[in-house]
Ligand binder design. Sequence first.
Ligand code: CO
Ligand code: CO
Length: 348
Amino acid sequence: MRLTRYTHGLGCACKMRPQALERILAGLPTPTDPAALVGTETSDDAAVYGIGPSKAIVQTVDFFTPVVDDPYHFGAIAAANALSDIYAMGGTPLFALNIVCFPTNRLPLSVLEAILKGAVDKAREAGVSILGGHSVEDTEPKFGMTVTGIVDPGRVYRNSGARPGDALVLAKPLGLGILCTAMKNRMASDSAARAAIETMELLNKEAAALLPRYDVGGVTDITGFGLMGHLREMCRGSGLSARVFARAAPILPETRELAVRGMIPGGSRNNEELVSDICEWPEGMDPILKSILCDAQTSGGLLVSVAPGQAQALAAELRSCGYTFAAVIGSMEGEESGQARIRVIDRG
Ligand code: CO
Ligand code: CO
């Protein structure tokens, strides 16, 4: 079974170009419901809706085309990815609904069964039940979930919550888009493929569970827009600039070699264009490293802005909790010119 043959794009790399989407959304009326605590204005990870003085619903939806050939792993990755936005907001997931698009005339139903099994097992690991869903006949398979959770409205982590001086900690390594492209083209070694699948299947649950003990500003998860694209949203949301130490960013094994051999997904190339309005790349920046920093991730790690004195301790605790690549990769800074910038520095 080679599931990625049945699709045009890979995982979060197949999401629509945000430039086009932003234009359409700008023409629609903005929601005015006062109970909407987090809505569309800051490109945050999930919606938060107040239902009482200390209670709010947090809800997200995510689905995409296969990132890997094995249907069980695809289901598990899609579930981990959908759950991630709840964790990124500081929420606790309660239950999920499946979203299924499936070509019943091209693929045996056993494939769908394996996808759903992967999702159920991953949801169970997260302590979440899948209570229903919706399926559509389609020319290519797609799978994902809506996830509903609860969050204390006073403890919501927004991508706009970063503060000047915060350090940036990234919990999972980059290169997932490049690795998935290489896996599809049978260029990645077995061990590199296994590392990528394990990384995508790793829930962000334990990482999020550590955060209440730290002085955390903003949080987001790194998915289709890549590290630089999601950091751009953090900067724009919080009205701050950022500094990224390019050589401190954790990277999956073989990523560089595979990128050199052209295994860079289209979504990652779009991201380089997307961030060009905010990014200052150093003179002579290694173009491969630039591609990796912009690489579209599926089920990537949390990006946390934390008080600078606690950043190394948070990274160390993440590493001891199974996020073995966790690292401090940069910092947030006040804007000088009233315009958010991301300054990339070519060192660790
Ligand atoms: Co997200
Ligand atoms: Co999402």
